[in-house]
Design a protein around this ligand. Structure first.
Ligand code: GUN
Length: 291
């Protein structure tokens, strides 16, 4: 039987609608939640992500301050901008789009953002707080995945959840969030050195693909009825497409004939990442107001 398609776009829209109420409550106090968005260089995928984030902020009645910096921007110049934004009264959140050009030390930049404005949840203090279950910003894509599972009432507690990918942005934080006592999954993390990937994926009640490899997960690797969450956003060349490429996930579309639930690409996890980012920005603004 064909899988239930998890509609991330619809879930994200309903979250964004609810956020408008919090944004207007802040507005009554004279506060407009504001995110500084920094993009270094001209990577087309990164540019399209930051444009989508800025558009969503504006639609939700929030402000974005856009910093488009040339690809030869020095690490010192970027650190100086972050320092200025850390101290800026009206800026509640700071997002530095990753990846950064190779001459800039990414970890150094992530560490420079003050944790109270770290709406990406990438700072070591945010990561530590997440692991310990203390308050702090949670990373957007992992929270988007968890919110989708919750919205579709997919049983996470007691499930065997297999994550393919161990990135700092998705795989590692997602595993941590899923083993917390409010989620209670049993988690396996697979990566490029995992032997016999199918052996693990076939065991998954919930399979999360976050490896950045087009169509890595094929139908024969998935247990009948499993919930399959595709975090991959890959651009593959397609001469018949308007811009010469199409977006493709880490999961072969034929998996939908075997899975119980599946997220589409686009329209699955992607819009949820943005909704979670907006939520973190609103929270950052509320935190500032409430001291
Ligand atoms: N690059 C890919 N995903 C993300 C994200 O969630 N935040 C930032 N800052 N950069 C990214």
């Amino acid at each position: 039987m064909a899988a239930v398609i998890i509609d991330g776009k619809a879930v994200s829209e309903s979250i964004r609608e609810k956020l408008k109420v919090r944004v207007s409550a802040l507005g009554e106090k004279g506060i407009v939640p504001c995110l500084a968005v920094i993009l270094v260089g001209d990577d087309p995928a990164s540019l399209s992500y930051v444009t989508a984030k800025e558009r969503a902020l504006s639609l939700a009645g929030m402000e974005s301050r856009d910093y488009r910096l040339p690809k030869d921007t020095t690490e010192a110049a970027l650190l100086s901008l972050i320092d200025e934004l850390n101290n800026h009264e009206r800026v509640h959140g700071i997002l530095v789009q990753l990846p950064l050009p190779k001459h800039i030390d990414q970890q150094k930049i992530i560490c420079a953002v003050v944790p109270t404005k770290d709406v990406d949840g990438f700072h070591p203090v945010s990561v530590g707080s997440m692991v310990l279950g203390r308050s702090g910003f949670l990373p957007c894509t992992p929270m988007g995945v968890i919110t989708l599972l919750r919205e579709y009432r997919i049983a996470v507690s007691g499930s065997h959840t297999v994550i393919v990918g161990r990135s700092n942005i998705v795989g590692k934080p997602l595993a941590n969030l899923l083993i917390r006592q409010d989620a209670n999954a049993t988690v396996t993390i697979c990566h490029t050195s995992t032997k016999d990937l199918s052996h693990h994926t076939l065991e998954a009640d919930i399979l999360i693909a976050a490896a950045g490899k087009p169509s890595l997960i094929r139908p024969e690797m998935v247990k009948e009825g499993a919930a399959v969450i595709d975090v991959g956003v890959n651009r593959v060349g397609d001469p018949s497409a308007k811009n010469g490429y199409r977006l493709c996930g880490d999961v072969d579309p034929a998996v939908s004939q075997k899975a119980g639930y599946i997220t589409p690409v686009p329209g699955g996890v992607g819009p949820m990442t943005i909704a979670m980012l907006l939520q973190n920005v609103v929270e950052a603004a509320e935190n500032r107001y409430n001291g």
